[in-house]
Design a protein. Structure first.
Lengths: 169, 169
């Protein structure tokens, strides 16, 4: 099992490698989704597969969380891991961490029932609960740095350039 | 198992219910993430739990996809399900659907190694592969409507208001 001591080494080694070769910093991530039921989707990510579905109230079979729940899981887990990375960088102990995320969505956007209602979340709230022995102002500094450097928070809070193509076969 | 015939009924019933009571359109989704290892996170979403971790190269144990991969899974699956919803609304047959999503990320953003590099994806590409018997222009119309109404595409492409709080305990 990786320890936080080795995590610190990995962060330092990664930083050194990227300083020597900035091209090493560029990473491509990918996911391939197949519609395998009415709303059921199997997603392959490397050697792993995850299942996503809609609840029965939205026409699915409830075989997995739905896409917007997955987006909230991505956000909460990214906050948690970014807290871990930056607590290591700052040398702060982190004894326990829970991140609660909730988002409000108006389904009229998805179904195109009314103009001017966005398809995604109108608002998202993140509540971080943290335990540790350091002074409160150190954790406040940690929080500020995490919110500046959390990848999935950046995806939510800012606009990402997305291109789409479609092919028939 | 839900059939696409019942999906069409559910879409119509949901639309009628929301037309009668717009408050019924507002849905809250939630996810609770606990850091259970160095970078390993258990996320509870309703009665389901998913596991997220970093690969060993980033200091984790590789017990699950990482948060940005989860974000891409959310995006690809949301495209797939929105294709299903809108093909039902338009009365178009959809025989098979695969959605490939890839995103490029510069890890210098996460690690705060250089100002001006964003923490999340610099670019994201979606490639949709679709099979069905309808004329190509109908599927082109479908694609346009999906991209206007896909909730997770909206989260990526546009800015979402996110608030954060932190409590020590």
């Amino acid at each position: 099992m990786t320890t936080t001591a080795s995590l610190k080494t990995i962060i330092e080694d990664t930083s050194a490698a990227v300083a020597a070769d900035p091209g090493a910093a560029s990473v491509t991530f990918a996911a391939e989704s197949d519609l395998v039921g009415v709303c059921e989707v199997d997603v392959r990510i490397g050697d792993k597969t995850v299942k996503i579905d809609e609840p029965q109230t939205l026409g699915g079979g409830g075989a997995g969380p739905n896409p917007v729940e997955f987006a909230l899981a991505a956000l909460g887990s990214c906050q948690a891991i970014t807290y871990r990375f930056w607590s290591e960088k700052l040398g702060l102990r982190l004894d326990a961490l829970r991140v609660q995320v909730r988002g409000d969505l108006d389904v009229r956007g998805l179904f195109g029932m009314q103009d001017g209602i966005r398809a995604g979340f109108g608002t998202v709230e993140i509540a971080v609960h943290l335990s540790g022995p350091e002074p409160a102002n150190r954790y406040a500094e940690l929080r500020r740095l995490v919110d500046e450097h959390c990848p999935v928070l950046d995806i939510f809070a800012n606009s990402v350039p997305v291109s789409t193509t479609m092919s028939l076969r």
